[in-house]
Write a protein that binds this ligand. Sequence first.
Ligand code: SAM
Length: 274
Amino acid sequence: MDGVLYIVATPIGNLDDITYRAVKVLSDVDLIAAEDTRHTLKLLNHLEISKPLISYYKETEKVKSKIIIEKLKEGKNVAVVSDAGTPGISDPGAILCSMAIEENIPVTAVLGPSAFVQALITSGFDTSDFSFYGFLPVKENVRKDFLKNLKERKETLIFYESPHRIDKTLSSMFEAFGAERRVVISRELTKIHEEYLRGTLGDMIDFPEDAKRGEFVIIVEGAKNIESDTDDDKIIECIKEYLEKGYSLKESVGIVSDELNLRKNYVYNIAKKI
Ligand code: SAM
């Protein structure tokens, strides 16, 4: 009988974020495929787990996947982990998963942290509709074109970034989305210096020097409807409807701006005319 491939999430900073199930699976499997064996060894030592490791990183993903598939075919249970967070999310893991599925090998996941989920759910932006892009293209003109194509997207946009490119990426975003677009930069999640920088892309141009260290997730609010295209009478009519239902002006403005996908400030300025 084939073994089982377990895709196991590990902490993105705080080691307490390992789940009981992850500890159990890592203790029980025959082999652990790790992005960086030295890195994973530190985690395993911390958990007092001793297991054979095989290195499995982006550049060797295809070759190593074949070796791991052979082990699974021999009936060995294998866990795949990355350096931090969830394998397959801007990390190796997806190729092994798809090869295992092709071979009818059972695949399951042991869920845990992923930086983008924490950043999204703490952003205060729409969590019902979002797109995850991971790392942006490094080449400046390619990155700028890529972002320009996202300008009109209404859903929340999620990006990963490293400290040495955060400045360039924020200025490309400023150029593509404009100064008014709201953004959250989530830094060093689950670590001692965890921080959320909230504001507009215009505010982030003066991104504080001491906040440039560490790891970042950038969450950009989706585009709002173009305000010059909106009908003020319709906005006033909607606001009146909610006021008549007993909602306060503030509540009515909140509901109507969500319904019409408009900025709250814009709706409030029109509501003041009532
Ligand atoms: N597989 C990981 C996950 O599930 O989130 C992502 C790995 S990717 C190679 C590394 C990137 O994830 C970093 O450059 C950063 O953008 C983001 N990241 C990882 N850990 C983070 C943390 N503790 N705080 C903020 N961002 C983090």
